[in-house]
Write a protein that binds this ligand. Structure first.
Ligand SMILES: [Zn+2]
Length: 561
């Protein structure tokens, strides 16, 4: 069955002229029907303070279309983008984040990179660095199945984009633009690449991503630079197009070459080499490993640096993402309360919840600093799933079923809450009903999403959400718009319908002494031991548990409010 194409709009620098832009979008939609998304590249905000934005921010005015924007390109506008991971700026207007991939529910893949190029680390909030580009490339392009993405959004033009193409007008693409963006476009093979900042419109002839007669045909890329909104010369700033996500396309259809296709602007004449020089080699994909000896020398740890002691060229393990400030949940952080840690894998660890609903209420946490499940790489997700499945078996053997929930709202480090509920308490359907009923009472819209479906496909980047996963794999999902009761998941589970311990719905009322916490943690470790898959991991790595460590985790809160 033929897939209905998505209808998208792309826009250049808005420069704070929101009314002009949205009135234009309204007029277009009135004339030619509704579009699905508006994507804005370049400067979304102007450098002067304006009352116009206040009206959108406070909800007096509303964008007529779901709008996604890139972040700041200068110091003056950094303040508008509070959360580096993306967030809702106003109703219908979402900041995508510093860099990443956004997969829409349709399967459309959009890669975004905010800011302008800087080669000096550390970079301020309005720049991207060679490291940022290299991590995007590593994240996406290193698997053999990688074929390309649908759309790439950057603010600067890629350097050299005019090579082999039609004239780029007054813009000299050998001098202007970012070589890092060129290298990213070269690696990602987007079908559409949008950029702005040069205050002009340039639609390059499509270019091919394969070498003729040497490689199999691949899809072509269309690069489109857009002008600024409301420019007096009436240069094009809004571009309308239809697209079927490449995932859903027939391979032959996808690689059809347009008649005017040109050579790849980034490939020839030694320029690739000069572009490549600025990109550090892809970093090792394995996360830093932590090995605690949890039974003997409590809390002592060793990292995997000793792993290749026999190899003449030891590989440096990649450091997991670091938090911008102190974090209670980063395993290497001094704020972590180590006595609550009960099991450590390669990418994730288990800890007893502080002030848990029960003695065996645990959290699955990534070792590195990730805000939500949506941000995890495939290998981290895999281990999260392994922990979930193992905990389900473990609790099942003890006559309990697992309820898992995540709240990506007012929290900075992913915490998957795993709460065992005795089978004798109630059936899975009772748990589901309790969530639905109590959500209705609080006007929280819980959507039932299919088993095994990926939160990544449902949650927009940066958007806040809550979901609960039942032991059947069914999930109930809520997209948080403005406010959400922080203790909702606990409240439902503590309610009479389920655990019937209403007094325990707030974790602060469940705190116990450190000695008691230690006792509970030791008990959990011992009980969990027969299910501990990380023992094998350690043996495979030829590591003895124990050894010295520099960063000892200390504090773990269940739900910081
Ligand atoms: Zn963290």
């Amino acid at each position: 069955m033929a897939q209905k194409p998505l209808r998208l709009l792309a826009c250049g620098d808005v420069d704070g002229k929101f009314d002009i832009l949205f009135n234009r979008v309204r007029a277009i939609q009135k004339k030619s029907g509704n579009f699905d998304l508006l994507l804005c590249v370049g400067n979304f905000f102007g450098s002067t303070p304006d009352a116009e934005w206040e009206e959108y921010k406070t909800g007096i005015k509303k964008a007529p279309i779901q709008t996604y924007v890139l972040g700041a390109n200068n110091q003056e506008t950094v303040k508008y983008f509070q959360d580096a991971d993306g967030c809702e700026l106003a109703e219908n207007i979402t900041y995508l984040g510093r860099k990443g991939i956004f997969t829409g529910s349709s399967g459309l893949q959009i890669v975004y990179l905010s800011g302008t190029e800087s080669l000096n680390e550390p970079v301020p909030g309005y720049n991207f660095s060679p490291k940022d580009v290299s991590s995007l490339r590593t994240m996406l392009c290193t698997t053999s199945q990688f074929k390309g993405v649908d759309i790439l959004l950057t603010s600067p033009w890629p350097k050299y984009v005019g090579n082999f193409g039609n004239s780029s007008g007054e813009v000299d693409t050998k001098k202007c633009g970012s070589a890092l963006v060129s290298s990213l476009a070269m690696g990602l093979k987007p079908r559409y690449h949008f950029a702005a900042l040069e205050k002009t419109y340039y639609e390059r002839l499509p270019y091919r991503n394969h070498v003729v007669l040497q490689e199999n045909a691949q899809h072509a890329t269309r690069f489109i630079a857009l002008a600024n909104v409301g420019n007096p010369e009436k240069k094009k700033y809004l571009y309308a197009f239809s697209i079927v996500p490449m995932k859903l396309m027939d391979a032959a259809e996808l690689v059809k070459q347009p008649p005017d296709v040109t050579e790849n602007p980034y490939r020839k004449s030694g320029q690739e080499a000069s572009i490549g020089k600025q990109i550090p080699a892809p970093v090792e994909e394995s996360a830093c490993q932590f090995f605690f000896d949890l039974n003997e020398k409590q809390g002592r740890k060793r990292s995997s640096t000793g792993r290749d002691s026999k190899s003449p060229h030891p590989k440096q393990p990649r450091k997991p993402p670091q938090p911008p400030g102190p974090c209670w949940f980063c395993l290497a952080s001094p704020e972590v309360e180590k006595h609550l840690v009960v099991n450590i894998g390669t990418h994730c660890y288990l800890a007893l919840a502080k002030g848990g609903l029960s003695d065996d209420h645990v959290l699955i946490l990534p070792i590195g600093h990730y805000q939500s499940v949506v941000e995890l790489s495939a290998e981290v997700v895999e281990e999260v799933e392994k922990y979930k499945a193992t905990l389900r078996r473990f609790f099942k053997s003890r006559g309990k079923r697992c309820v898992v929930f995540e709240r990506n709202y007012k929290s900075h480090h992913l915490q998957l809450q795993v709460i065992p509920v005795p089978v004798s308490c109630c059936a899975t359907d009772d748990i589901k009903d309790a969530f639905i009923t109590q959500a209705q009472e609080q006007q929280i819209e819980l959507l039932e999403i299919p088993e095994h479906s990926d939160i990544k496909q449902i949650a927009q980047p940066g958007a806040a959400y809550f979901y609960v996963e039942l032991d059947t794999g069914e999930k109930l999902f809520h997209r948080i718009k403005k406010n959400f009761p922080l203790q909702f998941g606990r409240e439902v589970l503590a309610s009479e319908a389920i655990l019937n311990i209403p007094g325990k719905s707030d974790w602060r009322q469940c705190q116990i002494s450190k000695e008691d916490e230690e006792t509970l943690a030791r008990r959990f470790q011992k009980d969990f031991e027969p299910y501990d898959f990380t023992l094998e991991l350690r043996q495979e790595n030829g590591l003895n548990p124990g050894g010295g460590g520099c960063c000892e985790p200390r504090l773990l809160h269940c739900t910081p409010a």
